[in-house]
Design a protein around this ligand. Structure first.
Ligand SMILES: Nc1nc2c(ncn2[C@@H]2O[C@H](COP(=O)(O)OP(=O)(O)OP(=O)(O)O)[C@@H](O)[C@H]2O)c(=O)[nH]1
Ligand SMILES: [Mg+2]
Ligand SMILES: [Zn+2]
Length: 185
């Protein structure tokens, strides 16, 4: 998580980001400060390649520059009017770190598409899937069906509505990717 220098309370954002996924590790950094980003070096040692992903302007190229002690990659201030980036990086490029790892700087994401992510979604949402196995109907949509274990878990507070909605969104996208609309002749 970059730009922690822009808030008096970075912990608030770390807590919010950590809540997205159990076990998620969040490293708060000021991307322009070498002492701050030094803690990221351990994530990219010899033989490892790390790809930086995120919306335009979040500070991917800045991280690469600071980790390499260089300013060779162009970076650009975000638009003050709406805080969005300017799509400064336009190519994917690999950069070597002195201690051996490689960083892959990428253009800011405009869209993410899921190709065949069923297994990955099942793995990430294993807690949700364990709960859903207890619904009365195996094809339960977790809406108004009787004996829905998912709604029961949400009511009991053991599953958050946010997490359920994230699963719903990803499952719908995955389903759409598996059944692309037929082209008209
Ligand atoms: N204050 C502060 N500014 C930062 C930090 N990281 C990046 N910036 C600034 O944010 C702006 C955007 O940074 P970039 O590194 O160009 O962002 P990017 O993610 O590579 O953007 P694209 O190449 O457009 O995808 C620049 O003005 C950076 O100097 C940070 O941790 N703190
Ligand atoms: Mg960039
Ligand atoms: Zn259900």
């Amino acid at each position: 998580m970059t730009k922690t220098d822009l808030t008096d309370d970075p912990q608030r954002f770390v807590t919010a980001a950590s809540a997205i996924e159990p076990g998620l590790q969040v490293e708060p950094v000021n991307g322009r400060d070498p002492a701050s980003v030094a803690r990221l070096a351990a994530w990219c040692g010899k033989g490892e390649t790390v790809a930086l992903l995120g919306s335009s302007g979040v500070g991917k190229s800045t991280l690469v520059n600071t980790l390499r002690g260089s300013s060779s990659i162009a970076t650009q201030a975000i638009r003050p009017r709406d805080d969005t980036g300017r799509h400064t990086t336009t190519v994917r490029e690999m950069h070597r770190l002195d201690h051996g790892g490689w960083l892959l700087d990428t253009p800011g994401m405009r869209e993410l598409q899921l190709p065949q992510a069923t297994a990955g979604i099942a793995e990430i949402f294993d807690d949700f899937i364990l709960i859903a196995e207890h619904c009365r109907f195996s094809d339960c949509a977790h809406g108004a069906e009787p004996d829905c274990a998912v709604r029961a878990a949400i009511n009991a507070g053991t599953l958050t509505i946010d997490r359920f909605e994230r699963w719903q969104k990803l499952a719908a996208e995955d389903n759409a990717a598996a059944h692309p609309p037929k082209r008209r002749r």
